[in-house]
Ligand binder design. Sequence first.
Ligand code: PLP
Length: 400
Amino acid sequence: MKFDPATKIQDLLQFGEYGDVNPSITDSATYTFMEAKTMIDTFHGQQEGCFLYSRHWNPSNRYLADNLAAIEGTESAWVTASGMSAITTAILELCNAGDHIVSSITTYGGTFAFLANYLKKFNITVSFVDITRLNDVESAIKPNTRIIYTESMTNPLLQISDLPGLADIANKHHIKLVVDNTFTPMMIAPANLGAHIVVYSMTKFINGKNDCVAGAICADKEFIMALSDVNTGSAMLLGPVLDPLRSSSIQKNLHTLHIRMKQHSLNALYLARKFKEAGLRTIYPGLEDHPQHELMKTLMHPDFGFGGMIAIDIETSGKADRLMELMQIHGVGYLAVSLGYFKTLFSNSGKSTSSEVPVEVQKEMGLSEGLIRFSVGLDHDIEHTWEKIEKCLKIFQNEK
Ligand code: PLP
């Protein structure tokens, strides 16, 4: 039986301080103590269940973090003000100046920019590899390597990382496997497949409402405690804490995630098949011609499908721009970055969310300038959506 995040969250009951079925919202930056010694113990991480200061920990964030730990199957979690702060905080906690990281060359553009440009400040170097080639990953490891970094389903090429294979390499070399699971919550549970640390942009599917940015780090208790250590913790000292009001709204949305993921996946599979039938180069892990289709089947929970993300390649960015404009005018969805929303979103990756990646590197990783990435929404009548897309394709082809 596969690890089942949806049942884990079903089994979790949390109560607010007056028995509220939605946990009470913390609206305080600081907390009082009846005894001074308890404050000192809390400062030194020796007092569970007490709160000191909301940047350190706060009850609303604790509730959300406990939910995330349950769905990931990790001992603990910490919630952050954005996906990028989850990624950067986790990496800075693991690496010291002079260390080395092996990363998938295909990652979210912000992550790529952090790894390639920002970490230079600390003399931390990064080798970018094709993450689907385990031999290349292992060969890139050096004595000072601390992390293998990847995304379960990579942005925007939708490659699937062989997480058990990567975990074996990481364990053999006594380094950490850090996995961004933003594209595949519920369907892939990286910690269960060997990842040591799982990071999320909760801005996307987890929240699903496009009304805030947020992130999370899921890991063992020791790592999460280290993050919030008052003297050395990256989370405590860099301070990327999520606002408790936001935590409580994301917490409620988390409880519909399993239903939403099923519908995103059903709709995306339908559209991916239609795009392919229409003769467009289509990347979707649920299509049998996807290079990691069989691998994905071994990693995923079958109830949640192959995900809500599709990429099609229409060769040039000019053509991509025109088709996206048409699709917005005809009500398919929004020409916008981001993903995991109840409406369909589409953007030209090379010129938007991967624009931080230099053009020659985009070419090296196989990112075409005409790639349109779709985050398929929760449309009730997906055939109706396809009719609109078909109409746009016809107009577009007649214009050529
Ligand atoms: N990880 C992935 C896979 C993403 O697609 C993104 C944003 O698009 C991020 C991380 C960054 O998340 P945020 O925008 O919440 O900082």
